[in-house]
Design a protein around this ligand. Structure first.
Ligand code: NAP
Length: 207
């Protein structure tokens, strides 16, 4: 028997990749739902390269009852509204945003590092995962930590614009084109011009 799986944010960079990987790995899905905002309701997405087309549903009206798990990739704001609703309907939320990463009632899991922590999901029916730099870093650090305890890690990361979603990538493209043709490169998504630049600012500043 397979699972009933929802991909929330299915039209975004992360959501599309989730669909590709679920299909590529032949994850046992009996049913899969592609969910996003009202902007994309009714659009069609391919489930990996299977030829199976999924009609995008509106998150605002989506009923999570009877669905086994929902992979959330919609950003913290929408997650704050809809993840608790999905969890209350009995659907296990696996969240990619930063919203629940510091929540003591939500396990923060990297399967290669702390798979046993997943059992803690029952407190809220939600599982968090760390950001992309952290997830891959801790996979490399885990065997070092097991061999000789790590006390402190000093990290500097350089993030690509794709970390800011499809709007970030579009802004880089537009500004690069504008600069080549002599038009102004006006920032909207980023705080400064991002084309041919590096900005020491990612996401929102936290204390
Ligand atoms: N854990 C990690 O390693 C990792 C890595 C990268 C990103 N992320 C996180 O994953 C999330 C998505 O990133 P992304 O790069 O895929 O962003 P993106 O390309 O901008 O896509 C955003 C997705 O969210 C949907 N969405 C936005 N607001 C919504 C709302 N109010 N209601 C319903 N759907 C809404 C969009 O739907 P429409 O197309 O309809 O607008 C789209 O499907 C972010 O939280 C990001 O921080 C996590």
């Amino acid at each position: 028997m397979g699972y009933r799986v929802v991909v929330v944010g299915a039209t975004g960079n992360v959501g599309r990749e989730m669909l590709n990987i679920l299909a590529e790995r032949e994850f046992p899905c009996d049913e899969i739902a592609a969910v996003a905002s009202s902007r994309s309701t009714g659009d069609e997405l391919e489930y990996g390269e299977t030829g199976k087309m999924l009609k995008v549903k509106n998150l605002e009206h989506f009923d999570f009852t009877g669905w086994d798990m929902a992979l959330f990739a919609v950003g913290s704001e929408a997650t704050k509204t809809y993840a608790p609703k999905a969890a209350a309907a009995g659907c296990v939320v696996i969240d990619n945003s930063s919203l629940y990463r510091m929540d003591p009632d939500v396990p923060l899991v990297v399967p290669e590092v702390n798979p046993d922590a997943i059992g803690g999901y029952t407190a809220k029916n939600i599982i968090a995962n760390p950001n992309c730099s952290t997830a891959q870093m801790v996979v490399a650090l885990k065997p070092l930590h097991d061999a000789a305890k790590i006390k402190r890690v000093v990290v500097a990361t350089y993030q690509s614009v794709s970390g800011a979603g499809k709007d970030g990538m579009d802004e880089l493209f537009e500004q690069s084109r504008n600069i080549f043709v002599g038009d102004p490169a006006v920032p909207t998504k980023f705080t400064k011009q991002i084309a041919f630049n590096v900005i020491p600012h990612i996401d929102s500043f936290t204390g």
